[in-house]
Design a protein around this ligand. Structure first.
Ligand code: ISJ
Length: 299
C-alpha cells in the first residue's frame, strides 16, 4: 500500500505517515492567478535580527571549522483567501514546482511549492539534486553567478555524492550545473543519479537529510548552530515530504521549501538561505525576503 510521509527538519522528531487507500489523479489547467499580491513588510526589527544572525554566523565560519550554515526565519502574514483558493493560486503561480497541500489533525495545514527533490526513484534509478545559490530573475539580463553561490552549491554537490557513497548506491553520475527558475527566483542545480534497490531508499534518505542546502557543513556542527541561534522552531520547514509505493517500487520525496503553515486568520511563512564566509548580511536578508514573497503574494 502506498503511503505519504511528512517529516520535520529534525530527524529525531515525529514523522507523519499516511496510508493511502485511494490515490486519485487529476489534471490542473493553469489560469492567471487571482492572487492578492500581498507584499512582505520589511520591518526594521526583523531586518536587524536577521542581519545580526548572519553576521555572527560569518564570524563563526571565519574562525571555526563551520563552513556553511543555512539560517532562516518565519514571518506571519494576514490570510486573504480560503485554503482552496490559496491552493489554486499556488498551482497557477508555480506550475513547474512541486506543489502540495498537507492536512492532518496532528499537524495542521501546510502548503508549499518546492523546487527541490530530495530523492525520486523509478525503475531502479535514484535521482536527487544539489540546489543552492539564489538570485532574482531579471528578464532580459544575462545570468551570471558569483563565487559565493558557486562555492556554496559545490559544497552541496560534494556532500550529496559522498552521502550516496556511504549509503552504498552504485553508478553515481552527476550532470552539468545549470540555472533553474523557481517562481521569480533562480538557483544553481546539479542533477545526480545512481542505481540502488528500493529497500535501500530509507538508508539513502537518512544519509542525505538534511543536506547542506538546508542545514550546513559539517552537518552536526551546522545543526547545533541552527538550534542554538535561529531562535524559533522550523517544525516541518526544511523537513521533507513525499510518497512511497512498495508495490510499484517508486518513490518521490521533496525538501519542504517555499512553504507555509495555514492558520485560521494568519499564514506563517518560512524561508532561509545559505551562509558562507563570503555572505553579506544585507543581501542575505533580501534573499530571504524574496523567498518569503513567493508565498506572501498568493495567500
Ligand atoms: C533554505 C531555502 O532554500 C535553499 C537555499 C538556497 C540558497 O541558500 O541559495 C537555495 C535553494 C534552497 O536549497 C529556502 O527556500 O528557505
Amino acid at each position: 500500500m502506498a503511503y505519504a510521509i511528512f517529516s520535520k527538519f529534525q530527524k529525531s522528531e515525529d514523522q507523519i505517515f499516511v496510508y493511502a487507500e485511494v490515490i486519485q489523479e487529476f489534471e490542473w489547467s493553469v489560469e492567471v492567478t487571482k492572487a492578492s499580491h500581498q507584499s512582505i513588510s520589511s520591518n526594521s526589527e526583523a531586518r536587524k535580527d536577521h542581519e545580526k544572525l548572519v553576521s555572527d554566523a560569518v564570524q563563526t565560519i571565519r574562525n571555526t571549522e563551520l563552513q556553511k550554515v543555512v539560517l532562516s526565519r518565519k514571518e506571519s502574514v494576514v490570510r486573504n483567501h480560503s485554503d482552496i483558493q490559496i491552493l489554486e493560486n499556488l498551482l497557477d503561480s508555480y506550475p513547474i514546482a512541486n506543489c502540495y497541500f498537507f492536512y492532518h489533525p496532528a499537524v495542521g495545514k501546510w502548503m508549499g511549492a518546492t523546487p527541490e527533490t530530495l530523492l525520486s526513484y523509478k525503475n531502479g534509478v535514484l535521482q536527487t539534486m544539489s540546489l543552492a545559490g539564489t538570485q532574482k530573475l531579471q528578464n532580459g539580463v544575462k545570468v551570471t553567478w558569483g563565487k559565493k553561490e558557486k562555492q556554496e552549491q559545490n559544497l552541496v554537490t560534494d556532500f550529496i555524492i559522498s552521502a550516496l557513497q556511504i549509503a552504498g548506491v552504485e553508478k553515481i553520475k552527476s550532470g552539468e550545473t545549470e540555472t533553474v527558475q523557481a517562481g521569480n527566483l533562480l538557483h544553481l542545480r546539479t542533477q545526480i543519479q545512481a542505481t540502488t534497490t528500493f529497500y535501500n531508499l530509507q538508508n539513502c534518505i537518512n544519509e542525505l537529510h538534511p543536506t547542506p542546502a538546508v542545514c550546513g557543513l559539517p552537518r552536526s556542527i551546522a545543526l547545533k548552530y541552527i538550534l542554538d541561534h535561529e531562535n524559533y522552531d522550523r517544525s516541518f520547514y526544511t523537513g521533507y515530504l513525499g510518497w512511497n509505493d512498495p508495490q510499484s517500487q517508486t518513490a518521490d520525496y521533496y525538501v519542504n521549501l517555499r512553504c507555509m503553515e495555514l492558520q485560521e486568520d494568519a499564514i506563517q511563512l518560512y524561508a532561509g538561505g545559505g551562509i558562507t564566509a563570503m555572505s553579506d548580511p544585507t543581501a542575505e536578508f533580501e534573499e530571504v525576503q524574496n523567498k518569503l514573497l513567493t508565498m506572501a503574494s498568493i495567500v
